[in-house]
Design a protein. Structure first.
Length: 277
């Protein structure tokens, strides 16, 4: 009789002990675990070796990449052009590595190699983030014994070495991008809180936004400014805090551009709701 136990990860571990043989597998769904256990018992009774499940056969990081792609296709979200290119590159560079070989040292070495080849801070940040995405997907969805902590440690080291800079959370706009495409409405991405002087980072971010998400980048950005923090702390806008400052000027430029996109005259008044008494 097969024994099935739920693991801390939420996955189901099934173990079959029969005729002196012991085999086990891990599944996301209980029904899949139960079915495999029954099939394994029957195969042993026939003198055959139990067939490993698709997940049970996974050994390398390349296998995890293929698993992630298949899973996303199953839910109607195949990788876009840019993400597909990144996954293909990772499979070429790290795909043959056993899952347990992707430790901090190996990921750090990969980052150094990519930087030496000319990969900028944004590109390298996306690469490292994709590695973490693949590993976390395997652990969360399939209960595989992989660790994401080495990726975080490698990122810290690469940041200390100046190879990975402060990156925009571009992955956060993926769901919004899909909604925009479904609504067939024009939309723009405004880059915020980035380094004031980092042309390469903004260039790479623009390539990701336009290549991966199919969105356009607004011509005005709002980089990191002390005025934004100080004004918020005092309950003011950047313009109220420092009327002639750079932060106020950038907000004004963004507002003027937005009005132009909406077809509003520069002199047209903005109607705001009356305050509630």
């Amino acid at each position: 009789m097969a024994s099935i136990r739920k693991q801390k990860s939420g996955a189901w571990r099934v173990q079959v002990r029969r005729k002196g043989r012991t085999v086990s597998e891990t599944f996301v769904r209980y029904d899949d675990a139960k079915k495999w256990g029954i099939d394994a018992e029957r195969q042993i009774d026939r003198g055959e070796s139990p067939t490993l499940s698709k997940v049970g056969k996974l050994q390398t990081f390349g296998d995890l990449i293929d698993l992630h792609i298949d899973d996303m296709k199953d839910v109607g979200k195949p990788p876009g052009r840019s993400k597909d290119a990144t996954l293909a590159m990772l499979k070429r560079r790290l795909g043959a590595r056993n899952m347990v070989e992707l430790d901090r040292e190996r990921i750090l070495a990969f980052g150094r190699e990519r930087a030496a080849e000319g990969a900028g801070p944004m590109t390298l940040s996306i690469d490292i983030g994709m590695i973490k995405l693949i590993l976390s997907h395997a652990a969360a969805v399939h209960g595989l014994p992989v660790r994401v902590e080495p990726v975080d440690l490698a990122r810290i080291a690469l940041k200390r070495l100046g190879l990975v800079g402060k990156a925009f959370d571009l992955a956060a706009i993926e769901a919004t991008a899909e909604l925009v495409k479904a609504s067939d409405k024009p939309a723009f991405v405004v880059l915020m809180a980035g380094p004031p002087k980092a042309a390469l980072i903004y260039k790479e971010a623009a390539e990701v936004v336009e290549g991966s998400f199919g969105l356009r980048l607004a011509p005005v950005m709002l980089p990191e400014r002390a005025a934004f923090h100080h004004s918020t702390a005092q309950g003011q806008t950047a313009e109220e805090f420092d009327h002639g400052g750079k932060a106020a000027g950038e907000i004004g430029a963004l507002w003027a551009w937005t009005r132009g996109q909406l077809g509003m005259s520069a002199r047209e008044p903005v109607h705001t709701p009356a305050p509630v008494a």
